[in-house]
Design a protein. Sequence first.
Length: 346
Amino acid sequence: MAQELKLTAPDDLHHHFRDGPALLTTVPLAATNFARCLVMPNLVPPVIKAEDAVAYRDRLMTARPEGNNMDFIMTLYLTDNTSPEDIQAAYDTGFVKALKLYPAGATTNSASGITNYEDCQPALRKMAELGMILCVHGESTNQKTDIFDREKLFYDEIMGKLIVQRNPTLKVVCEHITTRVAVEFVKAAGPNVAATITAHHLLHNRNDIFRGGVRPHMYCLPVLKREEDRLALVEAATGGTGKFFAGTDSAPHAKERKESACGCAGVFTAHGAMSFYAECFEHVGKLDQLEAFTSHFGADFYGIPRNSATITLTKTPTPVPESYMFGDSCVVPLRGGEDCDWKVTW
């Protein structure tokens, strides 16, 4: 008899859906794994005002499969010009729970991000006052710094000194952490600091980008790191501390934009995220911690009720298509043409 796990329905607290016709693929696939998703705001143009978030959420809701009730927790894109009034308007929607801080130029569609950390302090103070959450893409944009060391530099120079210490009551999520340095930062910080960890950073290290040649569909930002960093992430994710929770950073790009002379950063995992997380937890004998990581800790940190629905994970090989439709193109998923180890049913 196949092994089964019954879990509280999980949340993905970091998801890129994109926009337009692509939503007809990204939303249904996310809905196969998650009851709620925290929606990233780095569209073109970005989601910088409450009214932008309202309109984007409407488009996401329309793309849900018939009968599905997956919920969308919205974010605003923090800029140098985001005002306390913008923060209040977002809070008043009831469904914008966080703002996303991108260092300008750090990743996909981040050109409108922060260039001066002094300029955003009034917005951060207002967020702390209202109990809103700051989600931080923690990478330095110093191009002279080795790409594998940019997360460390950000935590050394910015995350502690200019964000957490300056705003001691602000709730901060260190997004998609990839290094032992970030793990140790989160562990040492107060209860107002937590982190998301992706499935692909738990399963892969930087060797996988170059295994047998260049693997563009394994290229993401923050980039995959050393094996010692991956092991630190696994220990954090499975450790049950409550400070680390699921955020897939599923980030689709059209196949031709990945397989090019200057390929985009992002790994698409929406189709199999819960299977990938289960694979990691099973490998280290910690399946008993999977529910807390995917379904409890994130909801608790965000101050939202845990989901009442449940899912069943069944240990059975599940084929992954080589690609999915993505607007007028296609997107290549993680493990495309291979199998996932677990199947999700609702």
